[in-house]
Design a protein around this ligand. Structure first.
Ligand SMILES: Cc1cc2nc3c(=O)[nH]c(=O)nc-3n(C[C@H](O)[C@H](O)[C@H](O)COP(=O)(O)OP(=O)(O)OC[C@H]3O[C@@H](n4cnc5c(N)ncnc54)[C@H](O)[C@@H]3O)c2cc1C
Length: 330
């Protein structure tokens, strides 16, 4: 059976790789947008610290996918960060937000360890004056660009063909074009929307304090900010706006990220700002992905919003299961 995958982000490539390994003839078509979520993402695999009341299905799916990640990463030869996440609060309102998250996690049977400001600074001496926080060792991270490279190589090694435009005669088309999926099928038009995010990449200059070992997530005056370690620096994210397909990095977005991050990690002033980028998450009405047949021969794998890296293996597994069910090919 011939499968064409529209979209070469982490979802399209993972689905293509799983299908190719299962014996399908697979082609991946990508338009090479610099704003694809997979390219700009922070790289957190963080179902627990992303959890929020109302998103129980996303939490359960994220936990399921995280369990698949060690094997998925091993098969791709991609390293996972060895240390987990610290979620920290700066002011009294931020403490309250974290307390709500903690109470919710306990209700959902997921625990996180509460830490005082002093305990947090013992783990990460570069932290600023944080009041309290949570330790979530299981919420790990991956270098998203290393992941994309590894996926492309693995796809090529398993016979996936890459193209700029779809060829003729596919039995199944998989729509995995992130936020752009909305333009590729009428059933997605009112379901998928672009959710813009701006993100920065910083590297330590000589003499700068070393970057954090943990992923640090914070609430600063009610605004979320996170630092995800990378070799010699970190990724600093991310803003979130409903701004359509506006790919500009705004001065206001960069200012907010740097100002909030400096409260949490005062040493950033000594870092080099190496990149500022904007990308699009594929939002859906309930924040859960859309992975299902849209019509015979057309399958959707999109709508992963803030968790597409986390949900890549569970999505690829689901796409393969739908292909194998068959009966829906053209
Ligand atoms: C700032 C930011 C930070 C994020 N941080 C995290 C994080 O820490 N952890 C996490 O799990 N998730 C994170 N996300 C979300 C995650 O990046 C996305 O959910 C994920 O990348 C979605 O992958 P995708 O393959 O569906 O889409 P994308 O990565 O957006 O890829 C879609 C691809 O489709 C291509 N395309 C567009 N139109 C067409 C067409 N007509 N035909 C063919 N191809 C087309 C584009 O060129 C693009 O390459 C973040 C997102 C943003 C924006």
């Amino acid at each position: 059976m011939r499968v064409t995958v529209l979209g070469g982000g982490v979802i399209g490539l993972s689905a293509a790789w799983y299908a190719a390994r299962a014996g399908y003839a697979v082609e991946v078509v990508d338009h090479g947008s610099p704003h694809g979520g997979s390219r700009v993402a922070g790289g957190m695999l963080a179902p627990i610290t992303e959890a929020w009341p109302g998103d129980e299905d996303v939490l359960a799916l994220g936990v399921e996918s995280l369990q698949l990640w060690p094997e998925y990463a091993r098969s791709l030869g991609v390293a996972l960060s060895p240390v987990g996440t610290l979620a920290v609060a700066v002011d009294r309102a931020d403490v309250e937000v974290l307390a709500q998250l903690c109470a919710y996690l306990e209700r959902m049977g997921r625990s996180a360890t509460r830490l005082t400001g002093r305990e947090l600074r013992a783990l990460e001496p570069g932290l600023g004056p944080v009041r309290s926080g949570l330790s979530v060792p299981g919420d790990v991270a991956v270098d998203n660009r290393a992941l994309l490279r590894a996926l492309r190589q693995a796809c090529a090694a398993d016979g996936v063909v890459f193209a700029d435009e779809p060829g003729e005669g596919a039995d199944v088309t998989v729509i995995a074009a992130g936020a752009w999926s909305r333009d590729l099928h009428p059933a997605l038009r009112d379901v998928i929307r672009p959710v813009k995010g701006e993100i920065l990449r910083l590297s330590a200059r000589p003499g700068a304090l070393p970057p954090p070992r943990h992923t640090i997530r914070a609430q600063v005056s009610g605004r979320p900010v996170y630092l995800v370690p990378r070799e010699g620096g970190f990724v600093l994210g991310a803003t979130q706006y409903e701004a359509g397909f506006d790919g500009d990095v705004t001065v206001g977005g960069v200012r907010d990220l740097l100002r909030d991050a400096e409260v949490v990690w005062p040493g950033i002033a000594e870092y080099a700002l190496t990149e500022a980028a904007a990308g699009f998450r594929a939002g859906s009405p309930d924040n859960a992905p859309v992975v299902r047949w849209l019509e015979p021969g057309v399958l959707a794998a999109t709508g992963h919003h803030r968790n597409g890296l986390l949900l890549a293996p569970v999505t690829a597994r689901r796409v393969l299961a739908l292909l194998r069910e068959g009966g829906n090919s053209r």
